[in-house]
Design a protein around this ligand. Structure first.
Ligand SMILES: NC(=O)c1ccc[n+]([C@@H]2O[C@H](COP(=O)([O-])OP(=O)(O)OC[C@H]3O[C@@H](n4cnc5c(N)ncnc54)[C@H](O)[C@@H]3O)[C@@H](O)[C@H]2O)c1
Length: 264
């Protein structure tokens, strides 16, 4: 909220969050709902998406089962979100998958699978929503979820890192093309955040938390709510002159350049 007695920042705002059943997507949706937004969650996990939507704070939220890589399911989810919520003001392209493989072993199937979720679907979902905004003359805000990996090469992350770097490029292109329609497009690049995806990689030994903490000047792993708060800003009028921007939320990871551990 903006202060005691003040209007909630996102009062009346309608939001669609892809990959919203858990993790960062759910945290973004929860934070936006707390600030007054009505949210549609879209996720390929049909059971969890309903449950997560029904647990969001406030009323009117909906869960939509759908895979962002399917043209039919994308169209159906976007149509249903506009119909059931009355309109949309913000789209959060959050759905994403990871895959670790040494560059010399990446297969085309792996490449296509990750790119279709992390990159192609971002353009296609954005088009579906933006065309409606352009036709109706009522603009909105698109928030893409990139990654710290968009700033660096990381071992065995060739597909993922490329997909997220491309999301940054796509964000800038969409921002330029659609600025005249007053559609804003920005990208949040999260550092390490404690989500089911993060915990899965930590359990597999693919993430060494102590080494990561040593590299983060703020000395903590991000909480999903940290991304939620930035999404509230990028969805609200507080950011009405902000477009095409890349916001790293990583406790300072991406600005730390020394070879030794960050100072405690
Ligand atoms: N967790 C982190 O530390 C971190 C860091 C940087 C970037 N990210 C990015 O944040 C986003 C969310 O990550 P997370 O950690 O919450 O992941 P997560 O795996 O915990 O949740 C992702 C959600 O997306 C859904 N999803 C996946 N593919 C889908 C598809 N094709 N269609 C519809 N829904 C789909 C999953 O069912 C799941 O509910 C991703 O884009 C990820 O790359 C996460």
């Amino acid at each position: 909220m903006t202060g005691e007695g003040a209007k909630p920042l996102l009062q009346g705002v309608r939001v669609l969050v892809t990959g919203g059943a858990q993790g960062l997507g759910l945290a973004i949706a929860t934070c936006m709902a707390r600030h007054g937004a009505v949210v549609a969650l879209m996720d390929r996990n049909r059971v969890l998406v309903e449950e997560s939507a029904s647990n969001l704070p406030g009323d009117g939220h909906i869960g939509l089962a759908g895979d962002v890589t399917s043209p039919e399911q994308r169209e159906q989810a976007v149509s249903e979100a506009f119909r059931r919520l009355g309109r949309l003001d913000t789209l959060v392209n959050n759905a994403g998958i990871q895959l670790h493989a040494p560059a010399e072993q990446i297969t085309q199937e792996q490449w296509d699978r990750v790119m279709s979720v992390n990159l192609t679907a971002v353009l296609m979902m954005s088009q579906l929503v933006a065309r409606r905004w352009i036709d109706s003359g009522s603009p909105g805000s698109i928030i893409n979820i990139g990654s710290l990996n968009a700033a660096f090469g990381m071992p065995r992350r060739g597909i993922y890192g490329t997909s997220k770097t491309a999301v940054v490029g796509l964000t800038r292109s969409l921002a330029v093309d659609w600025a005249r329609h007053r559609i804003r497009v920005n990208v949040i690049c999260p550092g390490y955040h404690r989500t089911p995806l993060y915990e899965e990689y930590r359990a597999k030994g693919a993430i060494d938390e102590n080494r990561i903490l040593a590299r983060i000047p703020m000395r903590r792993i991000g909480e999903p709510g940290d991304i939620g708060k930035a999404s509230v800003f990028l969805s609200s009028d507080l950011s009405q002159y902000v477009t095409g921007q890349v916001l790293f939320i990583d406790g300072g990871y991406s600005i730390y350049g020394a070879a030794e551990d960050a100072p405690s």
